[in-house]
Design a protein around this ligand. Sequence first.
Ligand SMILES: *[C@@H]1O[C@H](CO)[C@@H](O)[C@H](O)[C@H]1NC(C)=O
Length: 449
Amino acid sequence: MRLQLLLLACCFVAIVNSQNAGELTPEYHPPLIIQSCDASGCQPENTGIVIDADTRRLYSVADNSVSCYTGSGWNPVLCPDGQTCAQNCAIDGFTQDEYNNRFGISTSGSALRLAYLTQSEMGMNIGSRTYLLGEDNNYRLFYLKNRELSVTFDYSTTTCGMDAGVYFLAMDGDGGMSRYPDNKAGAKYGTGYCDAQCPHYLRYSNGQVNLDVSSEYGICCVEMDIMEANRWAATVTTHGCTAEGYFVCNGVDCGDGANFFEGVCDKSGCDYSSARQNNRYFFGGNDTFTVDSSQPFTVITQFLTDDGSDSGKLVEIKQIWIQNGVEIPVPFANWGYTNDYNSITEEFCAASKTMFGEFNDFAEQGGLESLANAFDNGVVMAFAFWEDPSTYMQWLDSISPPDADPEAPGAYRGPCPLDAGKPEDNHVNYADAYHTISDIKIGTIGSTY
Ligand SMILES: *[C@@H]1O[C@H](CO)[C@@H](O)[C@H](O)[C@H]1NC(C)=O
C-alpha cells in the first residue's frame, strides 16, 4: 500500500495517509494565558485550548464534500476497514464559532469557560474534553515533580450528577505523530487521548480508525485527577499504571470486567475526598460548608519530593484551598486512623483502602513512583465536563455503592440524593450550567500563591 501511495503521490495534492489533517476548515484554538512561576515571580505564557479529535468531522481526502461518517454510520466505500478508513479520511478543524456556539467552549484572558449543555443547529451538545496546547501546536507538557499547580474554579452553577474536572495524562506531547508516522493531524487536532480506564471507544486505536463502538484495543496511560467535582462534592485521585506512557492494551492488559485488577492501570485510583474521609462539611454548595462552592475558590496542588529536589522521590500530593483570601487546609481524615492524613501518600492510600475494604491496586500498579515516572516525561493537561447516565455520578457526590450503609466507611461521597443528577433532569433544570477554570499557575513549591 505504501509503495502504491508513493507512485500515486505525483497526482494528488493531498497526501493520502492515516489520521490526516484536514484543510477544509482551518482549526481555531481558543487562546488562554497561564502563568509560569518561580521564587522571582510569575511570567505569562500563551497557550490554547484544543477539543478532542473524536468530536471531529471526518471527510474524504479525495473529495472534501464526502463525509466518512454520517449519522447512519461509516461510509462503506471509504471505510471498509479501519486501516483503509484512516488512509481515506481526514480530520477537519473547527472554527471559533463552533468552539463557542456548538461546544460551549470559550476563553477570555486567563479564564476558560466550559458549558454543560449547548444547543446549536447541529443539535444538543453535552460537555467536552479539551487539552492545553502550546504555541508550537504540541500539547503543553507539565513536569510536576517538586512543583505546584494553582487553579481557580467556579462550580456555582453545576449540580449533582455532573463531573467537571482538571486532570493530567501521560499522552504523547505531539498527539502521537512520531509514534504513528501516518498521523499527520497530531495535537493541533486533539489526537492521542489515553487514560487509566484504558478506553476502547476511541475513534483511533493503534493507528487505525475504530469502526466499531468498542475496539479490541484499549488506550491506557497514567492519569492524575487534580479535581473532579460539581457544586456538592470534590475529589483528587491518582491513577498509576505499570505500563509506561501511551500504552495500547489488548486482552487481559486492558483490565476489563472480571480482569479489573489484572490490567496495566489502577482503575480505582487512590482518592482523597474530604466527604469520603468523614469530613462532610468541608466542601459544598452553601455556607454550611467550610469551602462554599457557590463562590469561586482556588486549589493549590503540590507534588512533593522526599528531599525537596526535582530528582527526589515523589512522596506526597497535597492540596491547599483558598477562598476569599483565606488559606484553608484540608481537614485530617476522620475514620480513627492510627496516623493523621490530609493528603495522598502511600501510607494514606494503604490505610484508606484497608478502612474501606478495598484492594490496594494503587500499590500494585507502582504507587506514586508510577506517577513520578509519568511526571518526569511530561504530562498533558486536560479539561473534561461530562455526565453519567448509568450511575448519575453517585461515586462522586452521593452514596456508592448505592445499597451501602451511608455510615459505612467510604460509602458517603456527598449530599446528593441517590436519584439526583439524572441527565434528563439536568438537561431541563441545569441547562445553563457551566464550569470556569481560571488563573492556572504552574511553578516551584510556594511560588503560585
Ligand atoms: C446546604 O446544603 C446542604 C446539602 O445539600 C443542605 O442539607 C442544607 O440544608 C443547605 N443549607 C442551606 C442553609 O441552604
